[in-house]
Ligand binder design. Structure first.
Ligand SMILES: C[S@@+](CC[C@H](N)C(=O)[O-])C[C@H]1O[C@@H](n2cnc3c(N)ncnc32)[C@H](O)[C@@H]1O
Length: 331
């Protein structure tokens, strides 16, 4: 029997981060899902509702690279990092930067699928490009990443791509129906567009970064999507919007700016169409998406996708457009 922390499913990812940071999460066991709650297995008791029950043993060996670090560095080194193809991408706090080499070597040793380790210095600018410095490996940032049965090849130092959105891409994939017309408004290298086009949807993808355009075409080709299934516009969405028709579904994944575009882009949605809007919310803020919605729009689903910083989260809102005279009662 082991102790678990019981939390609401919608808070689970934020809680996981806190548990990982304090080394309280027991990764020899799996989380348990039960009636809207997640039970996180614990190494030691923490504040909150504790449930003692039979744990579910994880079949995987622990891949916590920190077990390979000297004890004095172990508690300072970050537990989580991203994997893009064969490149491990890690943010290292300032107080740990002197140990970057040791951390990178431990990561390579514990994750045999990785060939290079890069230091993540944050995402910047209109194109949302990750500032990267290779710690181990040559400075070629092109890699092939596999996700949900698709392959994405790109230069992660020149375009935006986040492996953390794979569950979102799979969620939207499960929702769409063949034949839908979809606008991917901030498309990047087209991870959403490629998967939805493979299901028989017709995609209009827009991104202002010329490198995104190059890799987007490469990814449609890699995944055998016919050219008749998509259009790519290398442009700012605001410049191309007047030329666009109406869509069954619109993806707005520009978390730092998408709320500013909601009014204009939502004019391109058909009645009963859906917008998937990604935005960053301060955890302490009282945020109501309905304050930003045009009158005949309604939010039908929302969730935290993942923590964005210690004080904020990336959230998704699914927003539907009603007939002009219909009022939703859940607003
Ligand atoms: C957070 S990334 C999302 C990329 C992609 N949807 C994905 O999931 O990987 C935002 C993208 O929007 C693009 N972008 C920024 N401002 C834009 C604008 N005004 N119009 C079109 N694209 C823009 C950036 O180049 C970047 O690729």
């Amino acid at each position: 029997m082991i102790k678990h922390l019981k939390v609401l499913e919608r808070d689970a990812q934020n809680v996981r981060l806190v548990l990982e940071k304090s080394n309280a999460l027991n990764d020899a066991f799996l989380p348990i899902k039960k009636g809207g709650y997640i039970l996180w297995p614990l190494n030691f008791e923490v504040k909150g509702e504790i449930v003692v029950c039979e744990g579910v043993k994880s079949k995987r060996n622990s891949r916590d690279y920190r077990k390979l670090l000297p004890v004095e560095i172990r508690s300072l080194a970050p537990r989580s990092f991203d994997i893009f193809g064969d490149i491990g991408i890690i943010r290292i706090p300032d107080e740990c930067l002197d140990y970057s080499d040791i951390i990178a070597k431990a990561l390579l040793k514990s994750h045999l699928n990785l060939k290079k380790i890069a230091l993540d210095e944050g995402v910047k600018g209109e194109y949302r490009i990750r500032q990267l410095k290779m710690i181990i490996g040559d400075s070629d940032f092109v890699s092939l990443h596999k996700e949900n049965g698709f392959e994405f090849k790109l230069d992660i130092s020149k375009v935006y791509f986040s492996p953390r959105l794979s569950m979102e891409r799979s969620r939207i994939y499960d929702m769409v129906e063949s034949g839908e017309k979809i606008l991917d408004a901030f498309a990047g290298v087209c991870p959403f567009s490629v998967s939805l086009a493979s299901k028989g949807c017709k995609l209009t993808a827009v991104d202002s970064n010329p490198d995104s355009e190059y890799w987007a075409h490469e990814n449609f080709r890699l995944n055998k999507i016919p050219k008749t299934s998509y259009d790519f516009f290398c442009s700012k969405i605001e410049d191309v919007l007047p030329e666009l028709k109406l869509y069954d579904r619109i993806i707005m994944n520009s978390p730092t700016t998408s709320l500013n575009y909601l009014q204009s882009i939502s004019s391109k949605l058909k009645i009963r169409g859906v917008i998937h809007l990604y935005t960053i919310i301060e955890n302490s803020a009282v945020f109501k998406i309905r304050d930003y919605l045009p009158s005949n729009f309604s939010c039908v689903f929302e969730r935290v996708v993942h923590p964005y910083s210690p004080s904020s989260s990336l959230m998704v809102f699914d927003i539907v457009k009603a007939e002009n005279n219909v009022q939703y009662t859940n607003q």
